[in-house]
Design a protein around this ligand. Structure first.
Ligand SMILES: C[S@@+](CC[C@H](N)C(=O)[O-])C[C@H]1O[C@@H](n2cnc3c(N)ncnc32)[C@H](O)[C@@H]1O
Length: 309
């Protein structure tokens, strides 16, 4: 089987995520995808077992095939990562990895309309069990709601123009495919924006994907749940690909690393609070120049790591 995804910042993940070597240890890969990171960890540590989560059952099949050589040291779980940690009662965990977003598999092979370079049905669901599709968003949201989604999750400065163009087009005919949507967006933006650094549909497609899968809403509860599931000394590494994700990770970790939770106007601490975690990367790590040359999307990757106290 061919694996199309390039796993980012593998060396840095390997450096920070070292399991205890004197006993059986447990890792949760919250975003297993095709399993590049998980394969590296299972190959490196014979006493490690990995719970490999993914909300996408199709990509999980690829990971299962890839991980066959490790037998029952790889346990696939089809779930959203926030659901997995909600009221978690499983065994204590030593290492957790989040490699957020989607895989090259989704653009190249999933046939779900993630790429504006292809003619595919506008679906964008990562999980077949979800009901909202990208086609439903573009054909049923009000112009104002659409503009807000594109602005908030795509940080797209032409969100209003794009939303207006979508709503005008859909009065003639339902918008069904990724290339229909790309065409509407391309025609709606100013000429100077059409041939800029990124394709003018990039941000809107990202926004729709985030809206359909509620991607940002899942991060903070999953991080808090993962911290609870960790053994003391256990670590969480998170790789993000845009500022919207990174901001959530940064502030959630800052909050968990705070000792006192008294209101700021209170002069003396009465909560006796203890920090739950220590932040190991004061500034996020970025990929090396060599990696960026080999895999340009690594340029936007940021890695943050914490340790449970
Ligand atoms: C960037 S890829 C992971 C690549 C992987 N680390 C590797 O090295 O091959 C992210 C994966 O996480 C999954 N995913 C995204 N959000 C998720 C969520 N909230 N819960 C579970 N899986 C999620 C996607 O379906 C995708 O397969």
């Amino acid at each position: 089987m061919e694996y199309v995804h390039y796993s980012v910042m593998k060396e840095e993940v390997k450096h920070y995520l070292v399991p205890p070597l004197d006993r059986p240890s447990v890792m949760v890969d919250c975003t297993t995808g095709e399993g590049g990171h998980t394969h590296m960890m299972l190959s490196e540590y014979p006493n490690l077992k990995v719970y490999g989560l993914d909300c996408d059952i199709h990509i999980q099949e690829k990971a299962k095939t890839r991980m066959k050589e490790f037998g029952d040291r790889f346990i696939p779980v089809h779930t959203w990562f926030n659901d997995y940690f909600d009221d978690y009662q499983g065994e204590k965990v030593d290492l957790v990895l989040f490699d957020l977003g989607i895989s090259i598999f989704h653009y190249a092979e999933s046939d779900r309309g993630f790429s504006f370079k292809k003619e595919e049905k506008l679906d964008m669901r990562l999980n077949d069990e979800s009901t909202l599709t990208a086609a439903m968003v573009v054909n049923s949201y009000s112009e104002e709601d659409l503009a807000n989604v594109i602005y908030k999750y795509g940080e797209e400065r032409y969100s209003r123009r794009i939303a207006k163009a979508i709503c005008e087009r859909r009065t003639e005919k339902e918008i069904e495919t990724s290339s229909d949507l790309e065409d509407i967006i391309f025609k709606s933006v100013p000429a100077t924006y059409k041939h800029g650094r990124i394709h003018p549909a990039t941000r809107s497609f990202q926004a729709l994907r985030i809206e359909v899968n509620k991607e940002l809403d899942r991060i903070e509860p999953a991080l808090r749940g993962a911290v609870k599931a960790l053994n003391p000394g256990g670590r969480i590494a998170v790789i993000t690909f845009h500022s919207l994700e990174d901001r959530i990770v940064k502030w959630t970790f800052k909050d968990l690393a705070k000792k006192c939770t008294c209101p700021p106007e209170q002069l003396q601490c009465t909560c006796g609070g203890k920090a739950a975690i220590k932040i190991l990367t004061k500034k996020p790590l970025v990929a090396s120049d060599d990696e960026n040359k080999m895999n340009p999307p690594s340029r936007s990757a940021k890695l943050r790591v914490i340790e449970k106290l």
